[in-house]
Design a protein around this ligand. Structure first.
Ligand SMILES: [Zn+2]
Ligand SMILES: [Zn+2]
Ligand SMILES: [Zn+2]
Ligand SMILES: [Zn+2]
Ligand SMILES: [Zn+2]
Ligand SMILES: [Zn+2]
Length: 416
């Protein structure tokens, strides 16, 4: 995972010199785990050796933009993880985290002076790719770099799952809930684009944090509603009227000449329930439409209607991925984790399978010896809080080799 961990730092421009840092083993272990977790999150599902171009538009992958090859003012281009290492290793890269449905641009017509070392044969452009200002290192509605040297306000950036741009928590039109309380965020512009989601928001969304309401409401917290009629004071009683007005608008927008029988809306997900459109049902109730981002819990996507009409609407709005739980960053990260666990196990299993019984026993013994002895050896350092240096590890392996020689000379297949 070393290479990947280094890669995760590429965007930040970490210099990572050849110097060996001197730290205690406990720190090394803790830090490695953190780095590995972080790297796994971004790089987990991506191939770091082969250019992903041959896979076509990859469902989700770690992406980079190279400001050396395609600086601002030029056409935006995105490159895959493997290309970021192999073809742009010394260049200034923007780390774009992960994006969906993207095909690697490395070396195509957008690159004037660069040929891809991994897969030089590429089409001129990838017409299906979507680009935004992230490809020039600018984020959010405020179009700022990240990290931003001129921004002193500590603020977490949150990625919108529709446009995949990143936003300052304070530029979402609403105060985001605690980060552990929601799973996905949809930005203001994308909520305008996907206005049907407001009907779901009343049922599913995690409420934005509220400014304390001065009305003497009996323990009920009203959300900060910044509706189109912002100026009107929202009193509790009039809040209902307000909702009804919004609802009226919604019905106008969405109720196409109603297809009378429910059978035109077959349910795919829940078989037992009546085959009705969940969206139409929600739209017949009261809900609010605001000019804010929205925040969603895990598994909310599976609650979206998948009737024929809705699927058609998703594709018209180019948001078909919304009904796909596997599109989430979490699903991608989990895939990376399980892929790596398979990777880790495989070499040993492959070796074992190719050996005869005696060789297998020998290898397992040796492995167990090594593991026990190395653990014991390292524990001494951890207990004393002293640092492990390269020489120490070298020393251990030299010792281990000579002990092993002694042992195997004595008796052949003895497992200590
Ligand atoms: Zn590539
Ligand atoms: Zn480059
Ligand atoms: Zn390349
Ligand atoms: Zn911003
Ligand atoms: Zn968005
Ligand atoms: Zn529907």
């Amino acid at each position: 995972m070393e290479a990947a961990a280094e890669g995760a730092e590429q965007g930040g421009g970490g210099a990572g010199g050849p110097e060996e840092p001197v730290v205690s083993l406990a720190e090394v272990l803790a830090e490695n785990e953190e780095l590995e977790k972080e790297a796994r999150a971004v790089l987990g599902g991506s191939d770091h050796e082969r250019c992903s171009y041959s896979q076509g538009a990859v469902k989700r992958q770690a992406l980079y933009a190279c400001s050396t090859c395609t600086p601002a003012g030029e056409e935006p281009a995105g490159i895959c993880l493997a290309c970021s290492y192999e073809c742009h290793g010394t260049h200034k890269l923007f780390e774009l985290y992960t994006k969906r449905n993207f095909r690697c641009d490395c070396g195509n017509s957008k690159f004037k002076n660069l040929q891809c070392k991994l897969l030089p044969e590429k089409g001129k452009v990838n017409s299906g790719n979507k680009y935004n200002d992230n490809f020039f290192g600018l984020y959010c509605t405020c179009k700022r770099p990240y990290p931003d040297p001129e921004d002193e306000i500590p603020d977490e950036m949150i990625q919108c799952i529709v446009c995949e741009d990143w936003f300052h928590g304070r530029h979402l039109g609403a105060v985001p809930p605690e980060s552990g309380d929601f799973h996905e965020m949809i930005c203001q512009a994308c909520m305008k684009h996907c206005h049907f989601l407001w009907a779901y928001a009343s049922q599913l969304a995690v409420p934005a944090l509220t400014k304390v309401n001065s009305l003497e409401d009996k323990g009920i917290i009203l959300n900060v509603e910044e509706s189109e009629e912002q100026k009107k004071e929202i009193k509790k009683e009039s809040g209902v009227e307000h909702q009804e007005k919004e609802e009226g608008k919604q019905i106008e927008q969405f109720n196409e000449p109603s297809t009378s029988s429910g059978s035109s809306c077959p349910e795919i997900v829940t078989k037992s329930e009546d085959p009705v459109c969940k969206l139409k049902e929600l739209q017949s109730k009261q809900f609010l439409k605001k000019d804010t981002a929205t925040f969603w819990p895990s598994n909310w996507r599976s609650k979206l209607c998948t009737c024929e009409d809705c699927l058609k609407m998703y594709s018209e709005l180019e948001v078909q991925f919304l009904t796909d739980e596997c599109d989430t960053v979490l699903a991608y990260e989990n895939k990376g984790t399980s892929d790596q666990e398979t990777d880790r196990r495989d070499p040993l299993m492959d070796t074992l399978n190719s050996m005869n019984r005696v060789q297998q026993v020998e290898l397992i013994c040796e492995y167990n010896d090594l593991k026990t002895e190395l653990t014991d050896y390292l524990r001494r350092f951890a207990d004393e809080g002293t640092v492990v240096k390269r020489e120490d590890i070298q020393h251990f392996f030299e010792e281990f080799q000579s002990r092993k020689r002694r042992r195997t000379n004595r008796m052949q297949y003895y497992c200590s």
